[in-house]
Design a protein around this ligand. Structure first.
Ligand SMILES: O=C(O)C(=O)C[C@H](O)[C@H](O)CO
Ligand SMILES: [Mg+2]
Length: 402
């Protein structure tokens, strides 16, 4: 069996996606996601100029060997561009293998560990009152777990506040838009949100919050401690993790569960955090870290330390990544939760898929492969549009972490 052709499809049904389609000489094809939000075309070039020429003629059944060939063979390792390109190839090859076997992908990974996958949705509002209402709407839709982000008085466009009820799309401008940040105001306001949420809805639902890399370790520890009475499911990215040791300080001062990893590319980004048990959930997903082949290694390593998975699932991860992640979630023994930011109808139309939401859970279907396809004719009707993520500045103009 041979890889006969491979091509990259760039489409913008409401937001940009980069998709790899690999075709075999047996008529079976596979689909992989390579989207890197705000930097999409760099992965297009990596795939078209440097990966696809080396794939043609290879046996698509040799997933592990091709993974090692692309990772070790480039000499230059890791990084979001390289690892997304490898992920796209890897997921397309798993899709092909599962289609050839006539099985849904989770069967090849080891079969079901659960009936369906608990997800969390994104509730947000301009202030505490609006956010409390938004959380109520998610509860009414059946969600068991909800991330709550609020606008903060005096902070311009605080992170995570969507426009409309179900959708949040930060990459929305042809050049980065400028948002603000003020840690003092956030530390005053965020705990009040969770106090109000628990007063209003009680303790039956899981509540989550994303710090989006904005706090120093000391501030993060302070926030974690202030949130303890409200029993969060997790506090995410509360401080940047380039320096994995920084989490020691946070961990030492709070029992609020910690999640990190949506921007990680490999097991090496998480190694110290995991083996020192500095986190509770690892957020890395299929497209971020070289596909299923590498993600399962991260998950197995995390399992040794009772750390569970919580795959990133924002809208910049295409339905292809969502489908592949749901097969992974259906299998992985140390599953924690799956993020589920809904795609727009336009996006769903371009990527027909067999996963479905009911009562706070997503379920994969039984279509052979990962169950997600691309409608190329429709995709061609939505050409690429440059769209950057925002940047953030403090009141005095200093650049901060968005
Ligand atoms: O979903 C989350 O937790 C995020 O933090 C979303 C990110 O901002 C988004 O994926 C950036 O592209
Ligand atoms: Mg996040």
């Amino acid at each position: 069996m041979k890889i006969q052709a491979a091509r990259v499809i760039v489409t913008c049904p409401g937001r940009n996606f980069v998709t790899l389609k690999i075709e075999t000489d047996q008529g079976v094809y596979g689909i992989g996601d390579a989207t890197l939000n705000g930097r999409e075309l760099s992965v297009v070039s990596y795939l078209e100029d440097h990966v696809i020429p080396a794939l043609i003629g290879k046996d698509p059944q040799r997933i592990e060997d091709i993974w090692q060939y692309l990772y070790r063979g480039a000499y230059w390792r890791r990084g979001p561009v390289t690892m997304r390109a490898i992920a796209a190839v890897d997921v397309a090859l798993w899709d092909i293998k599962a289609k050839m076997a006539g099985m849904p992908l989770y069967q090849l990974l080891g079969g079901r560990s659960r009936d369906h996958v608990m997800v969390y949705g994104h509730a947000s509002g301009g202030d505490i009152a609006e956010t409390v209402d938004a959380v109520g709407q998610y509860i009414d839709m059946g969600y068991k777990a909800i991330r709550a982000q609020t606008g903060i008085p005096g902070v311009k466009d605080a992170y995570g506040v969507g426009r409309g009820k179900l959708h949040y799309e930060p990459a929305d401008a042809a050049l980065p838009s400028e948002t603000g940040w003020n840690t003092r105001k956030a530390l005053n306001y965020v705990p009040k949100l969770f106090e109000k949420l628990r007063d209003t809805y009680g303790f039956d639902h899981h509540l989550l919050h994303d710090g989006h890399h904005r706090y120093t370790p000391q501030e993060a520890a302070n926030l974690g401690r202030m949130l303890e009475p409200y029993q969060l499911f997790w506090l995410e990215d509360v401080t940047p993790a380039e320096n994995q040791e920084a989490f020691k300080l946070v961990r030492h001062h709070t029992v609020t569960p910690l999640a990190v990893g949506e921007i990680f590319n490999s097991i090496w980004d998480a190694k110290d955090l995991i083996q020192n048990q500095l986190i509770d959930y690892i957020r890395t997903t299929v497209v971020g870290a070289g596909g299923l082949t590498h993600l399962r290694r991260i998950a197995d390593f995390a399992a040794l330390y009772q750390i569970r998975t919580g795959c990133h699932g924002a809208t910049d991860l295409s339905p292809v990544t969502m489908g592949a992640a749901l097969h992974f979630d259906t299998w992985v023994p140390n599953f924690g939760i799956q993020e589920y930011m809904r795609h727009s109808d336009e996006t769903d139309d371009v990527f027909p898929h067999d996963y479905s939401f009911a009562d706070g859970y997503l379920s994969v279907g039984d279509t052979p492969g990962h169950g997600v396809d691309i409608d190329e004719e429709l995709a061609a009707k939505h050409p690429y549009k440059p769209a950057y993520l925002p940047v953030a500045r403090l009141a005095d103009g200093t650049m901060w972490n968005w």
